[in-house]
Design a protein around this ligand. Structure first.
Ligand SMILES: [Zn+2]
Length: 136
């Protein structure tokens, strides 16, 4: 997937969050490596590059990560928007897969909502009060 020009580079927090959510897309061995790296990141080690490296070993994980971290071009419609009715995705909004319950939190306004990494479903917005305790 070609890298789009995006002035708002994902923060470390965004990358780490997306990496945790993308873990299930990796082969078992890489999942273990990723888990170790995420633990090191939590302790303050600068391992973001290594984390991205592990994720790049799986085309599906890498593609999903691109989708999750990089805003789509400005001229495309918003997520699930009606034609001509772009939807701006607010920061901190919570999204959930209607099939498997995978949840995703949009950390920064304007970020795209990725499809479910497990089954490819379009995620649905969860509004306050319906979130339960699984807030990713
Ligand atoms: Zn799902």
């Amino acid at each position: 997937m070609p890298q789009k020009h995006d002035p708002s580079t994902p923060s470390t927090a965004e990358i780490l969050y997306a990496a945790r959510r993308a873990a299930s897309l990796l082969p078992e061995k890489e999942q273990e490596t990723l888990k170790t790296l995420l633990l090191r990141a939590r302790r303050g080690d600068k391992v973001t590059v290594h984390i991205l490296n592990v994720l790049s070993k799986s085309p599906s994980a890498q593609g999903w990560l691109q989708h999750a971290l990089y805003a789509p071009p400005l001229n495309t419609r918003g997520y699930e928007g009606l034609p001509g009715d772009p939807v701006e995705i607010p920061a901190r909004s919570l999204w959930r897969c209607p099939k498997c319950g995978f949840t995703w939190r949009v950390l920064r306004k304007g970020r795209p909502v990725p499809p479910c990494p497990r089954d490819g479903s379009m995620l649905e917005r969860v509004f306050a009060g319906e979130a339960g305790n699984d807030v990713g």
